[in-house]
Design a protein around this ligand. Structure first.
Ligand code: SF4
Length: 350
């Protein structure tokens, strides 16, 4: 199949099989074929999201050495990147949420390390929910949860979660891929929207692996999927592998958009960049506090972008930022019943 046929299939909103996604990923990133696929992905993103893009505001509720020891993460205990640890006071969490809302973020996201106290997460969610607008989606990025816990998160005021089966899950950390998958099911069964991503992509990942993970994310009917490259944080054990270029990441962002069902509106990339938006990314995150890709405690003073910067990047690419609450979440496909089953990513079998 050539690129014209791939684009023709996309125009017809047809499903892509693994070999076709591998083909999309196999073109040299600087080729006209890759550029054509990026343009088509941007067209699809604009079509499904009414020509609007989104910025979500994410802040960390804690900084702590994490025993799950994901090799790529600056919080991993064995990477020994940070010397200090802290938990954000509830009043600061509310202040950050209100700040993001005032700056025009379309959703607010709290991020924790895996062992953050679950009761405290619920308490802070209730606090934030009491203060932000009822229509502003509140999203969690936290550790694995049971169905009971997922329902408690929903009751506490969360509308959705970011959760992913990461590339190399179970191989380069201490988390069973099955557990990540079960958590996604639990969230969806509890009525929480799930956004996900193909991440963290490194130079060593093959097109086969990426295509399988793209198809896995499609199989969960997410509020958004997308792609994010791995940032080589100094002193982390994967830093020596290096990084893929923004152009290669944009190519993966495009392939992911084309392979998602059209009911999935969102297509994320991280970190925010013009090439990602050109290739169909319509979700960026602004960040405050610690993050797993940075060795500075306040990422807003280093790698992290604020809402204004994200807006500027979108402007450079001719994208218009949505005003008001996220539609990626509020108009996302209803969570599917776990009984429908999901694809099993290859990493789930290691
Ligand atoms: S990515 Fe999450 S689970 Fe893994 S070490 Fe970092 S904080 Fe822990």
């Amino acid at each position: 199949m050539n690129v014209d046929r791939l684009i023709e299939k996309s125009r017809g909103a047809e499903w892509f099989v693994k070999d076709e996604i591998v083909e999309m990923l196999a073109y040299p990133p600087a080729s006209w074929e890759a550029a054509a696929l990026m343009a088509e992905a941007r067209r699809v993103s604009a079509e499904v999201a009414e020509n609007k893009v989104e910025i979500h505001g994410q802040f960390a509720l804690d900084l702590a050495p994490c025993g799950r020891n994901c090799d790529w993460c600056s919080f991993a205990a064995h990477n020994e990147v940070f010397n200090s640890q802290w938990q954000l006071p509830a009043e600061d969490a509310v202040a950050f949420a209100l700040k993001f809302e005032a700056e025009g973020a379309n959703a607010v996201l709290t991020m924790t390390t895996a062992d953050y106290p679950f009761g405290k997460l619920l308490d802070i969610a209730r606090d934030i929910r009491r203060h932000i607008k009822p229509e502003t989606p509140l999203i969690a990025n936290t550790g694995d949860t049971t169905l009971t816990q997922a329902k408690q998160m929903k009751d506490a005021g969360f509308d959705g979660v970011y959760h992913a089966v990461r590339l190399d899950e179970g191989r380069r950390n201490r988390i069973e891929p099955r557990k990540r998958l079960d958590t996604i099911r639990n969230h969806q069964e509890a009525g929480l929207w799930v956004g996900t991503c193909v991440e963290p992509v490194g130079p060593e990942h093959t097109n086969d692996e990426l295509a399988e993970m793209i198809l896995f994310t499609a199989s969960i009917s997410p509020a958004f999927s997308g792609a994010a490259r791995r940032i080589p944080v100094p002193n982390t054990s994967l830093a020596e592998y290096g990084i893929i270029s923004e152009l290669r990441m944009a190519q993966i962002v495009a392939a992911t958009r084309l392979a998602m069902p059209r009911i999935t509106r969102g297509n994320c990339t991280h970190e925010p960049c013009t090439l990602g938006a050109v290739a169909g990314a319509n979700l960026f995150w602004a960040e405050i506090g610690a993050n797993p890709r940075d060795d500075q405690e306040k990422t807003e003073q280093n790698r992290g972008k604020d809402v204004e910067k994200c807006r500027e990047i979108y402007w450079e690419t001719g994208c218009e930022v949505l005003s008001g609450p996220s539609r990626h979440f509020t108009q996302a496909p209803m969570p599917i019943a776990p009984s429908r089953g999901y694809l099993q990513p290859r990493v789930a079998q290691v």
